[in-house]
Design a protein around this ligand. Structure first.
Ligand code: 4NP
Length: 158
């Protein structure tokens, strides 16, 4: 079982969307029982809340089911429990790296879009923007999830 944890700031927009896109892709590929996906936020500001209604609505239009409730990234148990910790942007990455000053878990920490084909490096925070921001998040995540699946296969993890 490969274990993937997607992380953003609030765990109500980008990381629950990443989790849902990846689960959908894995199920389509018949790999749903080989990979465990979860998500968390660095802030804990929205702990216990469902994903943002706008993110859920835009995801649903593409067939994604955003079901998880927001929770805070728990250091170090989340680093121990997961094989990949996938940060949505540079700020999330910096915060996650700062929780691990020894660098012990550094090999597990990646920026999500490092697995994408495009030149964009960060999934932009859609929280204060309009509808197009949520669509852009999904476009970027579909590309990166596909690249992540290819990576897992190339690494012999699937
Ligand atoms: P997320 O988006 O990190 O993609 O879940 C945000 C959600 C909430 C806030 C910021 C970003 N906030 O400021 O409450």
């Amino acid at each position: 079982m490969v274990r993937l944890l997607f992380v953003c700031l609030g765990n109500i927009c980008r990381s629950p969307a990443a989790e849902a896109v990846m689960v959908h892709l894995l199920e389509k590929e018949g790999l749903g029982d080989r990979v465990f996906c979860d998500s968390a936020g660095t802030s804990g500001w929205h702990e216990g809340e469902p994903a943002d209604e706008r993110m859920r609505r835009h995801g649903k239009k593409r067939g994604y089911n955003l079901t998880s409730l927001s929770r805070k990234f728990i250091h170090p148990s989340d680093y121990e429990a997961f094989d990949y910790v996938l940060a949505m942007d540079e700020s999330n990455y910096t915060n996650l790296a700062a929780l691990d000053p020894s660098g012990r878990y550094h090999p597990k920490l990646h920026k999500m879009l490092s697995f994408g084909e495009g030149s964009v490096e960060d999934v932009p925070d859609p929280y204060y923007g309009g509808a197009e921001g949520f669509e852009q998040v999904l476009d970027l995540l579909e590309d990166a999830c596909s690249g992540l699946l290819t990576h897992l296969r190339q690494e012999g993890k699937l």
